[in-house]
Write a protein that binds this ligand. Structure first.
Ligand code: NAP
Length: 455
């Protein structure tokens, strides 16, 4: 998503003399889509968007790539006369939840994204990255400048077979990213990327478009294990176009002369990251071979691996391991309802459970799934529910609260500098200028202080 982005955000109603005001925490796709719908549906609504980074939208934290028309829509929203973007405001640190609650009438809640842990020994070794950190590194997120991945190994292994895993694999083999990451990748010795899944081709998590991009990657060839595809053709008769492509994939070698290769490895779960001679750096991974329980897309590897493991283990040499097994939201305020099992804020159609005036959309509402259109629809739904509640009198918008004015005063006394949209445009222009000199659309700035200086 990631919504990247922080697809996690919340909104809260606020009254003002001119009409309801809404505070949105999180300046990613979910936040912008919610704002867009609110501004459209309530001609008197005023919306303030608070974002931890000094930048917006172009920095998808989940790796979601935003197409130009999506970016244009967000830009129009940010420039709307009733909308303000306040970047560089870390809710929970620069401004507390209570302060926002006082200013905005209700308690806003902000979640941030974390990594799903693999829960296996060796996870902390050097050379093991979460996809979130790796994507953050090549996307130029200031918080992921370090550690830089060491790309001196020949084989890299990505755990998980979702769209993020494919993005990561593609970047390792062919790339269009920050100069910093480009330089590291230019010197990369990675020639082979294995994308490992716990289930089979029928259950693969990535979508066709992303798979096609992988297949069409220049100068690479696919390297599959025919055994992984045994019995699939029969199982597929009359079904599932997505998986049929894998049959095709299995029989198509893309470019036999290509120096680099990638391949899916199915029916394998991580058991342990194996350290090299120094005991500090990852040198391989131990995988358990799974059998599936059940059939079709819902077949399960976990239960089978636990209750009836095949007992077969396989060690793979690889110096870089990226765990791309999904994102999860993390609560930043224990006072806000949070379901740690599902890593979502318990809600009913975006209304946060037992917390009047607090709403959520994006991954914190439904979990870390879906493409950008899913996030758009989901955010529009939350905005509609919020407006319905205002109009039905369920959300009190009669009291007069200071809103952004109070927050601005607070952060000024604390020396926290906000980056407004017009200032972000300066950062954007500088990034584009730097990009032009390198023959790229943009060269992202990695240092927050530098961004603030330019803003
Ligand atoms: P995802 O689609 O949920 O894929 C997660 C992968 O991790 C699956 O292959 C899953 O296997 C595997 N996995 C989960 N737990 C595991 C474990 N304990 N051990 C081994 N493997 C495990 O997540 P994602 O790739 O992070 O993507 C998140 C969402 O963003 C998705 O909806 C995706 O489509 C979207 N996205 C879209 C784009 C795009 O539109 N271009 C780009 C990036 C992301 P099982 O299926 O067997 O559980």
């Amino acid at each position: 998503m990631k919504l990247h982005f922080s697809v996690t955000h919340s909104v809260c109603g606020l009254s003002s003399p001119s009409g309801p005001r809404v505070c949105i925490v999180g300046g990613g796709p979910a936040g912008f889509y919610t704002a867009q719908q609110l501004l459209k549906a309530r001609r008197d609504a005023v919306v303030d968007i608070y974002e931890r980074l000094p930048v917006i939208i172009l920095r998808s934290r989940s790796g979601l790539r935003l197409v130009t028309n999506v970016i244009n829509t967000f830009t129009q929203t940010a420039q709307h006369e009733r909308c303000s973007f306040h970047g560089n405001v870390n809710v929970g640190k620069d401004v507390t939840i209570d302060e926002l609650q006082q200013a905005y009438h209700t308690k806003p809640q902000h979640n941030t994204e974390g990594n799903r842990s693999m829960g296996i020994p060796g996870e902390d070794l050097a050379g093991v990255f979460s996809a979130k950190d790796f994507v953050g590194w090549y996307n130029g997120l200031p918080s992921n400048k370090e550690p830089r991945p060491d790309l001196s190994c020949e084989t890299a292994l990505v755990l998980g077979q979702g769209n993020v895993a494919l993005d990561v694999a593609r970047i390792l083999l062919d790339t269009d990213i920050t100069q910093n990451a480009l330089e590291a990748l230019a010197g990369s010795k990675v020639r082979r990327v294995l994308i490992v899944g716990q289930r089979g081709p029928l259950q693969i998590a990535c979508t066709i478009k992303e798979l096609r991009e992988m297949v069409n990657l220049p100068n690479t060839r696919a390297d599959m294990l025919p055994a992984d595809f045994e019995g699939i053709a029969e199982a597929l008769k009359g079904k599932n176009i997505k998986s049929k492509r894998f049959i095709h994939l299995n029989t198509t070698l893309i470019d036999e002369k290509a120096e680099k290769c990638w391949g899916f490895r199915f029916f394998r779960s991580p058991v342990e990251i194996l350290a090299g001679a120094d005991g500090k750096r990852a040198a391989g991974i131990r995988l358990a071979l799974n059998k599936l329980e059940g059939s079709g897309e819902s077949a399960c590897a976990c239960a089978c691996a636990c209750s009836d493991p095949t007992g077969q283990l396989e060690d793979v040499d690889c110096g870089l391991i990226i765990s791309s097994i999904g994102y999860k939201s993390i609560p930043i305020d224990p006072a806000v309802p949070f379901d740690p099992q599902k890593a979502i804020v318990p809600n009913e159609m975006g209304r946060v459970q037992d917390t009047a005036g607090l709403y959520c959309s994006g991954w914190v509402k439904r979990g870390p799934t879906g493409v950008i259109a899913t996030t758009m629809n989901d955010s529009f739904d939350t905005a509609c529910v919020l407006i319905q509640d205002m109009e039905a009198g369920k959300l009190d918008v009669s009291a007069n609260k200071p809103g952004a004015q109070a927050i601005t005063a607070l952060r000024q006394t604390r020396g926290v500098r906000t980056v407004l949209f017009s200032q972000w445009e300066k950062i954007n222009a500088e990034e584009e200028k730097r990009g032009r000199s390198l023959g790229k659309p943009r060269e992202k700035l990695l240092d927050v202080n530098q961004m603030l200086k330019i803003a």
